[in-house]
Design a binder for this molecule. Structure first.
Ligand code: ASP
Length: 333
């Protein structure tokens, strides 16, 4: 009898720990850059809005079914990776050599576990492989052929490189090649997702094709934990987009969590300080999304626009892209 009571007490304590809190929040980005009314309007604008909304609703259904923040990040990013609209998965930009080399990372704010892949060429959904690296290997970051070898062992089907061909990304490479430089401005479309789930856990993920005309197996910030992606239940979950070299040098994603922990900044203050002041002074273009443990969100960018959106439990999805609609992000202050 005594044993039974103890067992009951332990299991109810466990269930209490697992109990769902009331609110969840999903925030996404689809890259920052020259996203203006002149360039994106009419049908094109509707296409972006539709896909971003679909991604948020996919995340909602994962969380409504009791899925975790990590499940949500992965499934939301899968939707964006499968769309040719974004510079991730199917719509990845081309390297200077005319190839597609994809990077992605994911992090669990509950236990600081993380996984990432870089320079993969045959993986349809790099974010899912990043998650497998986290969960099924003793490592954090796998690169190139080795990462693909690991993918095969995990039962992932490799796709032919032709899967990643899109005319618009190819044309962008040709245009940039004429100027012969690595462009940040034109290639917006990296995707990211940060989530606070119903259990109070945070997770973040980012997936990209990198920068058009990148060379020599260049790797950006997106697969670097602490630069492009970070999540810690004690502060916030972050996903970045922009000129990766600057995001690596400034350890932007980790800096977000550090400012919150040590300076007690709010998630918005931290994001504004980094994106609108620190990076802007350095001439670095980009933005980030973040959600803190209370469900406060930031979507801040120093470019003309950023594809972005959020969904809070009980509310309709909100999707935006231009810089003149800054009800949450307020980029120029
Ligand atoms: N941050 C990515 C990279 O540098 C590109 C982007 O977000 O647009 O690879």
């Amino acid at each position: 009898m005594k044993k039974l009571i103890i067992l009951l007490l332990i299991s109810s304590a466990f269930l209490w720990g697992q109990k769902r809190k009331t609110n969840y929040v999903i925030v996404i980005h689809g890259g920052a850059g020259t996203i203006t009314h002149q360039r994106i309007f009419g049908e094109k604008q509707k296409e972006y809005e539709k896909k971003l909304t679909e991604a948020l609703l996919t995340g909602k259904s994962v969380l409504e079914k009791g899925g975790t923040a990590l499940d949500c990040v992965e499934k939301v990013i899968n939707v964006l990776e499968d769309s040719p609209l974004f510079n991730a998965g199917k719509g990845a930009v081309f390297t200077g050599e005319g190839r597609n080399e994809l990077d992605a990372s994911i992090m669990n704010g509950k236990n600081l576990e993380a996984g990432a892949v870089a320079g993969v060429r045959h993986i349809k959904n790099p974010i899912s492989l990043a998650r497998l690296v986290m969960e099924k290997s003793p490592h954090v970051l796998l690169y190139g052929a080795g990462a693909e070898e690991f993918a095969k062992l995990q039962g992932i089907n490799l796709v032919d490189t032709s899967y990643f061909f899109t005319q618009s990304r190819w044309d962008a490479l040709m245009r940039i090649k004429q100027k012969e430089k690595m462009e940040a401005g034109d290639k917006h479309g990296t995707v990211g997702c940060v989530v606070l789930d119903g259990y109070g856990n945070l997770a973040a993920g980012t997936s990209t094709g990198g920068m058009t005309n990148k060379r020599w197996n260049r790797i950006g910030d997106s697969p670097i934990i602490g630069a492009g992606t970070y999540a810690d239940n004690k502060s916030c979950a972050v996903s970045c987009t922009g000129h990766g070299e600057f995001f690596i040098r400034n350890a932007v994603a980790y800096d977000m969590t550090a400012r919150m922990k040590y300076l007690h900044s709010s998630v918005t203050e931290a994001a504004k300080q980094i994106i609108l002041h620190k990076l802007k002074k350095q001439g670095a273009a980009g933005g980030l999304i973040a959600v803190d443990k209370e469900g406060n969100i930031a979507m801040v960018f120093n470019t003309k626009g950023m594809f972005r959106g959020y969904l809070k439990k009980g509310s309709a999805p909100v999707v935006k892209m231009f810089g003149d609609d800054r009800s949450i992000s307020n980029p120029r202050k």
